[in-house]
Design a protein. Structure first.
Length: 275
């Protein structure tokens, strides 16, 4: 990737992170930690990878994206806003009772959302079904899904992995946000689902591990996923929970709470929105 495009993507990801913090602060609730850790992969997907059109969000042969860890909706809403699906100013209505931007994505009311998600494990299962449907339709559309590392403790995740491997769904790409923390603590304190790579290989998947915050590695991984034939691909993104806001980084306490006014201002300064 050339330096100019790298800088452009970094700036978009910065704005996505600003939108995440704006949304959660405005709602006085939400999940900033895991939203910030997927800002880079979402930026690359929506600005480089996915075949989608904000002017025609329901195009039949568009690529599909499922945010399986639906509680990180602020990240999805923010990248949809940057891509032109929804107004950026609407992010401040997040979780308001009159808003279409609720705490989990809603495909019926939010342009660009392909799957309503929230109950962990179900999103990746639906994504596998979408991929099989594309094969049956003889369509070249691809399906992408992001899951959390804590989410991968769900048995349904591995049922979906077995299903996708069995059906050789090479049009399907999972992304595991491996930030090492979930709502109750670190993975090794709760139920450690690692090693993901060995588990997915056992179910017949192509496995790629990357630095989740390096656009060159993201680009190479998604290119390899597109080109790999005969197996679905999982990208394991080694990420930092709360990435971009120093006091949120690697801090499990920021899994599901909003910053107060002082913390909000600090975050905005660190993200380049304040002098």
């Amino acid at each position: 990737m050339d330096k100019q495009r790298l800088n452009e993507l970094a700036e978009i990801a910065r704005r996505v992170r600003v939108g995440i913090i704006d949304a959660v602060y405005s709602a006085s609730s939400g999940h900033p930690g895991g939203s910030l850790s997927i800002a880079d992969i979402l930026t690359y997907l929506y600005f480089e990878e996915l075949r989608v059109d904000p002017a025609n969000p329901d195009a039949p042969d568009r690529d599909r994206f499922v945010l399986s860890k639906g509680h990180c909706a602020p990240a999805l809403y923010s990248v949809l806003a940057q891509r032109g699906f929804i107004p950026v100013e609407d992010l401040k209505t997040f979780r308001k009772t009159t808003s279409y931007l609720q705490g989990h994505p809603d495909m019926k009311h939010t342009p660009g959302v392909d799957m309503t998600s929230g109950s962990l494990g179900q999103g990746v299962s639906v994504a596998a079904g979408m991929a099989l449907a594309a094969k049956m339709d003889k369509s070249d559309r691809r399906v992408y899904a992001i899951m959390g590392d804590g989410e991968s403790e769900e048995g349904q995740v591995w049922e979906a992995a077995m299903f996708a491997g069995h059906h050789h769904l090479d049009n399907l790409c999972y992304y595991v946000d491996l930030n090492g923390l979930q709502i109750d603590g670190s993975l090794d304190q709760v139920v450690d689902p690692r090693p993901h790579d060995e588990k997915f290989r056992a179910f017949g998947w192509n496995v790629i591990s990357i630095n989740a915050h390096d656009f060159n590695e993201i680009e190479a991984a998604l290119k390899a996923a597109r080109e790999y034939k005969g197996k679905p691909t999982v990208i394991i993104g080694n990420s930092v929970k709360g990435k971009g806001v120093s006091f949120m980084e690697n801090n499990v306490g920021w899994h599901g709470k909003a910053p107060n006014t002082e913390e909000y201002e600090i975050a905005m300064r660190e993200l380049g929105e304040r002098a």
